[in-house]
Design a protein around this ligand. Sequence first.
Ligand SMILES: NC(=O)c1ccc[n+]([C@@H]2O[C@H](COP(=O)([O-])OP(=O)(O)OC[C@H]3O[C@@H](n4cnc5c(N)ncnc54)[C@H](OP(=O)(O)O)[C@@H]3O)[C@@H](O)[C@H]2O)c1
Length: 259
Amino acid sequence: MDLHLNGKVVLITGGTDGLGAALANRLVEERARVAVCGRDSHRLAVTEQRLRDAGGDALVVQADVTRPADLERFVDAAVTRWGRLDGLVNNAGKSAGGRIDQVSDDDWIADLNLKVLASVRCTRLAVPHLIAAGGGAIVNVLNIGAKAAGAASLPTTASRAAGLAITKAASKDLGGHGIRVNAVLIGLVASGQWQRRADAAGQSEEELYRQMVKNTHIPLGRIGRSEEFADLAAYLLSDRSSYVTGSAVNLDGGTSPVL
Ligand SMILES: NC(=O)c1ccc[n+]([C@@H]2O[C@H](COP(=O)([O-])OP(=O)(O)OC[C@H]3O[C@@H](n4cnc5c(N)ncnc54)[C@H](OP(=O)(O)O)[C@@H]3O)[C@@H](O)[C@H]2O)c1
């Protein structure tokens, strides 16, 4: 199915590894113009090379989403280069799960800053450009814990629940401008963060994923692939989902107990 993303300009926060990187690849295949950000210089350089090799019109910017000035620079760089903006994917983040009696104020603040404030700020920066382009799409990458928090899942599940509320409220605020806002709720999907966790534990990635499948009841019996996330997010960014807004889609092989 042609997603008609040819020439669209899409920003992805955290597009140098894992889900964001898979989406950047997918969008370049669709001939969209893509700007990604991240912090680590090596990952940025590898991403830039990979997207260029794929023939992509891509911009790779070193920016930490927890720093407002970096976010401004990221959005400005894309708009300066291409003169428009059609899509934003608030994706940068990392897993952070602890018990209510064990998570410190500092950890709460850091998580809310990374997952809630950064996406709000980036959305606020992007909206005037999306309006100027006649509309567009925003995809917020969340976690299935947003709807059904498990034990030892804080602060992430609270930050992600805020992300759900923000998605719904923003869809109502921005619908009149032709801007759709949706969320993807991730279960377990193979990505850089798990690869790094496996490396740190001295085990193979496959071994870690086998353990995850054993410890989590996943009806489809496997963890997801980042390309599966990319397909869903690309669809939500495209006009093929033109009547879908204010929705949250689980990408979890059936793991979540709720819709
Ligand atoms: N994979 C899963 O199973 C899973 C499950 C639930 C939710 N999620 C969510 O899905 C999103 C993507 O996760 P992933 O698994 O693909 O992680 P990943 O493989 O670690 O990739 C994360 C990307 O975000 C970037 N990033 C992280 N912190 C950043 C910051 N402060 N500023 C700018 N960029 C930043 C990373 O680059 P640098 O580190 O170089 O900055 C990298 O490009 C996250 O929001 C995560 O919480 C994933």
